[in-house]
Design a protein around this ligand. Structure first.
Ligand code: PBG
Length: 330
């Protein structure tokens, strides 16, 4: 005899303790990666207006922030840099004295167990705001590869554990892997932003690093949002080229892409809960239109339920804090 009234799914929903026994998806800070924006100088702590609670930090304060994150159980950060000066090839991206390189060295000294990831891309560093070298009004794929490889090597030399190319050039994973191996960094991992869409959800990030393209847009290299099959091809090629883990980005409008990737590939899969997703939550919460803790809990749960192994999220510190104090609204 099956079906109602023999079966009542509500029996295991009756109390908090019963619900916790059958909860399929749990939030844990050890699956969070916190993005940090770093700039030159010391004692600098600049609020980013479109990302309340996120700051551009000088290396000393980035170290302090990383310590707090680590205390809350967050095992990893990913660094984005602001250069002193931008130029047309983005040369500060691979400068030994770059804010990212400097911060990596300090983090490795002060919090050696923290996983330090670095974003490999040129857009924060180029005067035109594109992710590669511009030739005849277009982003030149092959001319960009050596610059990305050089950037990844400079980050590895500073001590990065994981380099994360977000540029969407074809062949960048292979170029970066070859360069890392040739320069003596066979153990530095590559987290490829494989399925990265040309998305309006990056708006606040571009304000944070002033990387809005000065002409055109990124649709010539980032993916068409509607293409799930192509996303699988991107992931397959990146894994073939030597990616150790892959990223789906953004997360919320792409949960099906995360799920399909999870079903098809055994490699670790991360999801990037991007700046626009965060900014919308903060704005609505500030207006009292949504309950921030509940919304964030549900969003992060959804991303993990879709199949992500880890999530890059600006909510990392808050959520880890709620977990630590036992105040998750479950
Ligand atoms: C490119 C890069 C971007 C983001 C991460 N890496 C911006 C872009 O592609 O325009 C966006 C992340 C976010 O919105 O949180 N370096």
């Amino acid at each position: 005899m099956t079906g109602f009234p023999t079966i009542r799914l509500r029996r295991f929903r009756r109390t908090k303790a019963l619900r916790s026994l059958v909860r399929e998806t749990r939030l844990s800070p050890d699956r969070f990666v916190a993005p940090l924006f770093v700039r030159h100088g010391s004692d600098r702590h600049e609020e980013i207006s479109s990302l309340p609670g996120v700051f551009r930090l000088s290396p000393d304060l980035a170290v302090a922030e990383a310590r707090e994150l680590q205390k809350l159980g967050v095992p990893a950060v990913i660094l984005f840099g602001l250069p002193e000066r931008k130029d047309d090839v983005g040369s500060e991206a691979w400068a030994e004295s770059g804010a990212v390189q400097e911060t990596v060295r300090r983090l490795k000294d002060s919090t050696p167990d923290l996983v330090v990831m670095t974003d490999v891309c040129l857009d924060e560093y180029t005067s035109h705001g594109h992710c590669g070298v511009v030739r005849n009004g277009e982003v030149d794929n092959d001319a960009t590869l050596p610059l990305l490889a050089q950037t990844a090597v400079s980050q590895a030399r500073a001590g990065a554990d994981v380099v994360a190319p977000s540029d969407m050039m074809d062949g960048r994973v292979a170029a970066i892997r070859r360069a890392l191996d040739a320069e003596g960094f066979p153990d530095v991992a590559i987290l490829a932003y494989s399925a990265k869409s040309a998305s309006a959800f990056y708006g606040p990030f571009r304000e944070a690093v002033d990387s809005t393209p000065k002409f055109g847009d990124r649709r010539g290299y980032q993916m068409e949002p509607g293409n799930r099959r192509e996303a699988m091809r991107e992931i397959a090629f990146d894994l073939e080229e030597g990616a150790d883990a892959v990223l789906v980005k953004p997360a919320l409008a792409y949960l099906d892409v995360i799920r399909e990737a999870r079903n098809r590939f055994d490699a670790p899969i991360g999801a990037y809960n991007v700046s626009g997703e965060y900014a919308m939550v903060k704005a609505a919460a500030k207006n009292g239109w949504v309950d921030e803790k509940k919304i964030v809990t549900e969003i992060l749960t959804g991303i993990f339920r879709a199949g992500a192994d880890f999530v890059l999220t600006y909510h990392a510190k808050d959520a880890a804090g709620w977990i630590a104090e036992g105040s998750l609204p479950l």
